[in-house]
Design a protein around this ligand. Structure first.
Ligand code: ADP
Ligand code: MG
Length: 694
């Protein structure tokens, strides 16, 4: 007599699952009945289209419905074969290692077949090789064809079909044990299906649209439960003491003077930030994610000015000196008329300059401090720091951010982190590290696609490259030329020299053009002089190391040449490419490869020539680097997602987060949603240590 079956019942306690099977299931990570119900297909075969035999060509994988004309099973080692016919043509099918076929398939039977067509030299004809088949009795609907067939992960001892049979039996018997825990109003609002429907659909989708919506529903579950759990967890922590800030005069003037209209996405992000500023019980902790060129800096400027308007200081940090400098110059000119004191702090200031800045910072005179990691150094003290913005976050460690937060006395400043790449770490942070996310999913109007091509180092290609460069410069546009990375172990000197050598070479080739070389060894004065000259169009070609990788914004530069492009990562290439396409001109990015470019490198170059969207590239990136690295959900020891994918589902994450936040704010203990509460405690209670709220 076995106890009643629940979702937590172990698979070996289910009818028909013995010791051996349950061991195989365990290997697949399936331990309980619930695991089995949520064990989704690895892929699907679309067998909806029945092909007429006369259309079959070698290489096609087809479904056919046909009559068996004749069948031969001479016995091993000869293959069995059959002649099949529909009213359009005949085709031969052969099966290796299946001498019993003639016992099942008889002449005159109607049957369904699914398999690959291959060319058979011996018979000079196309034939089906080892097709799956199913005899079609009179009133029986085919199981094998006419629909989408799920294919499950399997082990050596438990084949995909056996897994499928098991899962589908459990669906038939036990799916009702799953209770829909999602609040009704959320399901209504987003037109979501019942959880049982969604699960059933993922196991046997009728079409792609249904499948997608079902998957989104379950991904929402994953993300919503986690977010709700995190907000419950957050309620357990003591409240912050956050600066209360709002937009005022400076903010208004800045936007009034703006030469362009902010995009809808920019306005949305700014509003989300201003909203966070109104909550004195909790500091903002927000990630601003937007593809290269989406205009993150404007959002940052809005936030900085709201801080200044509210009599707080703000710090804006960039990953490189060049970028810090650029932010500084742009903001300074925008703030000129407003009388807001702004300063630049980098590692290469003189002692006295630095001292002066530190003094004015401590007194509160300087309102906005822009800098590199120098801003983190110990002796930098603020009077009343209200906001920290970190640009291109992946260059900064999380710990450093903590150090900065500790700089601001008894108030915890608001933090905005900006990034172009949905890299795993930012995503894990957004899920596990209490980050809210704003997305710029809209580029400023008038942006044209950046034509991206690859060229080799052949003489022909070189000439082509030089022609293109000339064309751009004669058209009054400017060119970036990025030099290769240097092999690991060699010092920065050789990187420097590769840029210097290339600069000299190009100077010879293009004697009529002005060429400058920039690398990490130059002083900040030298670098900023070059950047300023480049911005003023006094330099035609800027040869540089990757120091210009992120953030640099010179709209008149329209051609990007990247040497030895295969050496760079996808995200990096996308960042580099994003330096062009910022102005009126048609822009172009040329990726140079050579004999020595690795196959992986060639693949990345190819991806870049085909894909312009940063999100899509990030997915390719994750695929190339393997799922092991995806978002480190496992490594973090917090919950495993059933269907959610943090790169793909970032929009769902945001909705889930917003809904979870609203709900927990309204009903912190989920008294109105007992099923939801029970599900959160069941799935996450231990990991998030939620027991204290019980
Ligand atoms: P990123 O998100 O890569 O940091 P930036 O903030 O550098 O992008 O902006 C890219 C360029 O687009 C800049 O030249 C900026 O002045 C311009 N820009 C930003 N927002 C808008 C807008 N709403 N309309 C037109 N141009 C914009
Ligand atoms: Mg930027």
């Amino acid at each position: 007599m076995s106890a009643a079956i629940t979702l937590n019942s172990l698979v070996q306690d289910l009818k028909g699952i013995g010791e051996k099977k349950s061991q195989s299931l365990n290997k697949l990570g399936i331990f309980t009945l619930e695991d089995l119900l949520y064990f989704f297909p690895r892929r699907y075969e679309d067998r909806r289209t029945i092909t007429s035999i006369y259309k079959i060509a070698a290489g096609m994988t087809v479904c056919i419905e046909a009559e068996v004309r004749s069948i031969r099973s001479p016995g091993s080692p000869s293959p069995s074969s059959a002649v099949l016919s529909d009213n359009t043509a005949e085709i031969r099918a052969i099966w290796f290692h299946n001498p019993y076929i003639a016992k099942i398939l008889k002449p005159g039977y109607r049957a369904a077949f699914y398999g690959k067509a291959e060319y058979d030299e011996y018979n000079n004809a196309v034939q089906l090789v080892n097709p799956e088949f199913e005899v079609l009795y009179k009133d029986k609907k085919p199981e094998l064809i006419g629909k989408i067939i799920p294919v499950y992960p399997a082990t050596s001892s438990l084949k995909p079909k056996a897994v499928k049979k098991l899962v589908h039996e459990c669906l038939a018997n036990y799916l009702d044990l799953i209770k829909d825990f999602l609040p009704e109003y959320i399901k209504d609002k987003y037109k979501m299906r019942d959880i049982r429907d969604a699960i059933r659909i993922l196991h046997a989708p009728a079409n792609q649209d249904l499948w997608l919506r079902a998957r989104n529903r379950l991904s929402f579950d994953d993300l919503f439960l986690l977010q709700a759990g995190l907000f419950m967890r957050r309620n357990l922590n003591k409240a912050d003491n956050a600066p209360l800030m709002e937009a005022g005069e400076n903010y208004k003037k800045f936007f009034d003077n703006l030469k362009f209209k902010p995009t809808g996405a920019q306005l949305r992000a700014i509003n989300e930030i201003l909203n966070d500023f109104k909550d004195a019980s909790r500091s903002m902790n927000r990630l601003l994610q937007g593809d290269v060129g989406s205009g993150k800096t404007l959002v940052a400027a809005g936030a900085l000015l709201a801080a200044v308007d509210s009599q707080f200081q703000a710090a804006f940090m960039a990953p490189t000196e060049i970028l810090a400098q650029q932010h500084y110059l742009k903001l300074k000119s925008a703030l000129e008329d407003l009388g807001v004191d702004i300063a630049l702090l980098t590692g290469s200031l003189s002692m006295s300059e630095r001292k002066e800045i530190l003094k004015n910072l401590a007194s509160g005179e300087i309102k906005i401090l822009i800098g590199t990691h120098a801003v983190f150094s110990e002796n930098v003290k603020f009077k009343n720091l209200g906001l920290v913005i970190i640009d291109e976050q992946h260059r900064f460690g999380v710990l450093q951010k903590q150090a900065l937060i500790e700089k601001s006395g008894n108030l915890t400043p608001h933090v905005l982190v900006m990034t172009a790449t949905p890299i795993p770490r930012t995503l894990t942070l957004s899920v596990f590290g209490d980050l809210d996310v704003s997305i710029l999913d809209e580029l400023p109007p008038g942006r044209k696609a950046i034509e991206t091509i690859s060229l080799t180092d052949s003489l022909d290609d070189k000439n082509k490259l030089y022609e293109i460069i000339k064309k751009y410069i004669n058209n009054k546009n400017q060119v970036y030329w990025v030099c290769p990375l240097v092999e690991e172990g060699s010092d920065s000197k050789s990187e420097l020299s590769s840029a210097v050598i290339r600069g000299a070479e190009l100077t010879k080739i293009f004697s009529e053009f002005k060429i400058a070389v920039m690398h990490g060894r130059l002083s900040i004065e030298e670098k900023s002089k070059i950047m300023k000259d480049f911005a003023d169009n006094k330099i035609n070609i800027l040869v540089s190391t990757v120091v210009i990788e992120v953030g640099v914004d010179v709209p008149n530069a329209a051609l990007m040449v990247i040497e030895d492009a295969g050496q760079f990562g996808l995200a990096q290439l996308h960042q580099l490419r994003g330096r062009v396409g910022r102005g009126e001109a048609e822009s172009m990015c040329i990726l140079l490869t050579s004999q020595s470019t690795s196959p992986d490198g060639l693949e990345r170059v190819k991806a870049l020539t085909e894909i312009s969207d940063g999100f899509e590239l990030a997915e390719v990136d994750l695929k190339q680097r393997g799922p092991g690295e995806i978002c480190g959900v496992r490594q973090h020891g917090v919950t495993e997602f059933r269907t959610a994918n943090l790169v793909r589902d970032i929009k769902i994450l945001n909705i889930a987060r917003k809904e979870a936040k609203d709900l927990i704010e309204r009903d912190p203990e989920l008294k109105t949603e007992p099923l939801l509460r029970a599900e959160i405690m069941r799935r996450l209670g231990d990991e998030l240590k939620l027991a204290e709220t019980a």
